[in-house]
Design a protein around this ligand. Structure first.
Ligand SMILES: C[S@@+](CC[C@H](N)C(=O)[O-])C[C@H]1O[C@@H](n2cnc3c(N)ncnc32)[C@H](O)[C@@H]1O
Length: 118
């Protein structure tokens, strides 16, 4: 067995080579008109105006949360995922590390993350 497997490097390569794959899989889990993204979106108050999707990938949650008057922003470490997200939504997307958020304290009303891990 190969020792010292670098999981983080492997995952970065997965997102480089298969951007949008998580969303493609998760949206197949559709039943009774819902899916995991719709389920998570229900936890966000309609009054939440500034909303961050952390580790947004191809932006499925950002699109799920769009509503008039809401300012959404997606953040992800993978520029490849963000390239797909940008094709699918007009929302701003930021390439950054979730461990060092480029936002001021108390500047957001809600933060969501679907399958985020960092
Ligand atoms: C399983 S995918 C989920 C993507 C998306 N939330 C979804 O459900 O479709 C995990 C995402 O976390 C991102 N990620 C991993 N480490 C990160 C970090 N330190 N900061 C920001 N994003 C990170 C990956 O690039 C990937 O897009």
């Amino acid at each position: 067995m190969k020792r010292g497997f670098d999981w983080a490097t492997y995952l970065a390569a997965v997102h480089r080579d298969h951007p949008g794959l998580t969303e493609a899989i998760m949206t197949r889990l559709e039943a009774d008109g819902s899916n995991p993204y719709r389920w998570l979106a229900r936890a966000v108050s309609p009054r939440a105006r500034d909303v961050l999707d952390l580790a947004c990938g191809a932006g499925a949650m950002v699109r799920e949360l769009e509503q008039p008057g809401r300012r959404l922003i997606g953040l992800d470490l993978s520029e490849h995922e963000l390239a797909v997200a940008t094709e699918r939504s007009q929302a701003p997307f930021v390439c950054a590390d979730a461990r060092r958020l480029p936002f001021a304290d108390d500047s957001l009303d809600a933060v969501v993350s679907a399958l985020g891990r960092w």
